[in-house]
Design a protein around this ligand. Structure first.
Ligand code: URA
Length: 210
């Protein structure tokens, strides 16, 4: 597994405003979009491209275009939806699929309650959007789901991660091609499973249900 934690003052600045409890939902949404676009730049470093010949006004030259099958962007509902605009702004030709994950309160295991994805993900590069990598339960389940459909590799973009969640994903992926791109690695999880210092419940802060 590859882990990339952003190290850029603009990202840290935007994350600081995002963490601040006084930040309103409209500003939170706008900043989330901007942060995802910045993180997506790093996350797409290994996106597959094919050579293409084009004609400039001056001469013929070789360039590249994003390969087929096109990358698939998968926001995990609900909070991952707030990251979608920022991602497709950078890579507008990507296809978009949706995964809804919920934790079973008896078994504590995550399960899929909604899914809108191509049946066959063979040769697909998948980009999962999930703002908070806390225990790693739902992200891990989403990664398993995509590999079970044949995905070639999976890159997850998260605004914040906890060491516990990163360790859980690392243990689970076991040699498969997974990259984690985080805006920041926070200290820990608290007893309620919230990331510390974190930003609270990302879904609530995005959609104003606090
Ligand atoms: N999900 C959130 O929205 N926030 C956390 O801190 C942990 C999980």
């Amino acid at each position: 597994m590859r882990l990339h934690v952003a190290d850029h003052p603009l990202i840290t600045h935007k994350l600081t405003v995002l963490r601040d409890q006084r930040t309103s939902s409209p500003v939170f949404r706008q900043l989330t979009e901007e942060l995802v676009t910045l993180l997506a730049y790093e996350a797409t470093r290994n996106v597959r491209v094919s050579p293409i010949e084009i004609q400039t006004p001056v001469t013929t030259t070789m360039g590249v275009k994003i390969s087929e099958p096109r990358p698939l962007v998968v926001p995990i509902l609900r909070a991952g939806l707030g990251m979608l605009e920022g991602m497709v702004k950078l890579i507008p030709t990507a296809e978009v699929g949706f995964l809804g994950m919920v934790r079973n309160e008896e078994t504590l295991e995550p399960s899929t309650y909604a899914e809108r994805l191509p049946d066959d993900l063979s040769d697909r590069q998948c980009f999962v959007l999930d703002p908070m990598l806390a225990t790693g339960g739902s992200l891990g389940a989403a990664i398993e789901f995509l590999f079970a459909r044949g995905a070639q590799d999976v890159t997850a973009i998260c605004l914040l991660g906890a060491p516990e969640g990163v360790a859980a994903i690392e243990k689970q992926v076991d040699g498969r091609d997974v990259t984690l791109v985080l805006g920041a690695m926070d200290e820990r999880l608290n007893e309620k499973g919230y990331i510390v210092p974190g930003l609270g419940d990302a879904g609530d802060r995005l959609y104003g249900t606090v």
